[in-house]
Design a protein around this ligand. Structure first.
Ligand SMILES: [Zn+2]
Length: 379
């Protein structure tokens, strides 16, 4: 089976599935979605490609089990980040246990495992119904997962009892992950000649106060009680812009910051932070116009441990539960009523140029999930 998993991964890596909204080298997920769909069709498992828009596609497949009223959802994202700086990003290269190539770790490896699970259960009785899902755009705005939740999940006979998102977790069960929110503050002043500041209103000066306030809030967050799996929440300024020339009093300035959110942090808390930032900017002397807003956000994910999850934990070697710092599509799945966890292979270099997944871990992940599915027999 290991050879087959590696063969699946090799083909997945070969197809450029770079997210076109992140890199000009991206060609979308259509080709890879069709490849995955053919794999399932060749096994005799009903499968379909769902076009979200243009060349952005999901693939789904449903294998009906002996107990069709028990559904397990599996998920992987088909898109990868860009390949800038990599020599042969689309060629799988093996060096000992390491399988190098773009997406091997994040997360075509997990997709290859799903394909292997399908191969196995196309030949052996399966106690439950398996919903295999492969989505577009996880690395950007999750249009694939949103489409899946809206159009595919409702077509299943029942709501899945569990979602396994095969992001790389070093074979640990990711029981939670952080959410995030993006904020921006825009300051409008009045342009003037640099030698006559009294005729203008400098839009950049207030950003100093904004930055100071963000630093204070971040410090406060670092002093709160940490989440047992995820530590502290945080924020950081990520983008700053403004002004037109060194010799001109700037009439516009903008700062964007990101807030990483822990499970349990309320919307009210986030709104209050934004208000604090807006107030310090508003209180800066001068006739500035201040606009502050949230521009995008995604929820955190936290799943209550239950019998099914502890079964997977036992089968996976009873390692400690863990929390993932990064955001993943599983939050949207949990939000739709399917308790969703992260579980996938070990490796290194998500979004980096030296990305690899462990060949041994790939087969471990496959075996664990296969044995877990078989154990759902005697629930
Ligand atoms: Zn990922």
């Amino acid at each position: 089976m290991q050879d087959q998993l590696i063969q699946n991964l090799k083909r997945l890596v070969q197809i450029n599935s770079v997210n076109p909204d992140l890199s000009s080298a991206g060609q979308g997920e259509q080709e890879i979605a069709e490849f995955v769909c053919h794999h399932f069709q060749d096994l005799g498992i009903p499968s379909a490609v769902h076009t979200i828009k243009n060349d952005r596609c999901n693939t789904t497949a449903v294998l009906t089990g002996e107990n069709p009223d028990n559904v397990l959802l599996m998920n992987g994202h088909l898109d990868t980040v860009g390949t800038e700086g990599m020599d042969n990003p689309f060629t799988l290269r093996r060096d000992g246990d390491k399988l190098f190539g773009r997406g091997t770790y994040d997360m075509l490896g997990g997709c290859a495992v799903q394909m292997g699970i399908a191969t196995y259960f196309s030949r052996h009785p399966c106690p439950v119904t398996l919903a295999f899902t492969f989505v577009a755009d996880e690395e950007n705005l999750s249009m694939g997962m949103e489409h899946l939740v809206e159009h595919f999940i409702p077509t299943l006979p029942v709501k899945p009892m569990l979602g396994i998102f095969m992001e790389p977790t070093e074979e640990q069960i990711g029981i939670s992950h952080k959410g995030f929110a993006w904020f921006e503050i825009e300051i409008e002043g009045v342009a003037a000649h640099g030698s006559r500041p009294e005729e203008g209103v400098n839009a950049i000066f207030p950003l100093g106060y904004v930055l100071k306030e963000l630093e204070i809030i971040n410090q406060e967050l670092s002093e709160e009680k940490p989440d047992p799996y995820l530590g502290h929440s945080s924020l950081h300024p990520g983008l700053i812009s403004g002004g037109t020339s060194q010799s001109v009093i700037a009439s516009r300035a903008k700062l964007n910051w990101e807030r990483r959110i822990l499970p349990g942090e309320s919307q009210g808390k986030l709104d209050a932070e934004l208000q604090r930032v807006i107030s310090v900017a508003t209180n800066v002397p001068g006739n500035h116009q201040i606009t502050g807003r949230k521009i995008f956000s995604r929820p955190s994910n936290e799943v209550e441990k239950n019998e099914i999850i502890s079964k997977l934990k036992k089968i996976s070697g009873d390692k400690e539960y863990s929390g993932m710092s990064y955001w993943a599509d599983s939050a949207l799945s949990t939000q739709s009523g399917i308790p969703s966890i992260l579980f996938g292979p070990a490796g290194h270099g998500a979004h980096a140029i030296d990305e690899w997944v462990s060949a041994d871990s790939l087969i471990n992940t496959y075996e664990i999930i296969k044995n877990f599915i078989l154990a759902l027999n005697n629930k």
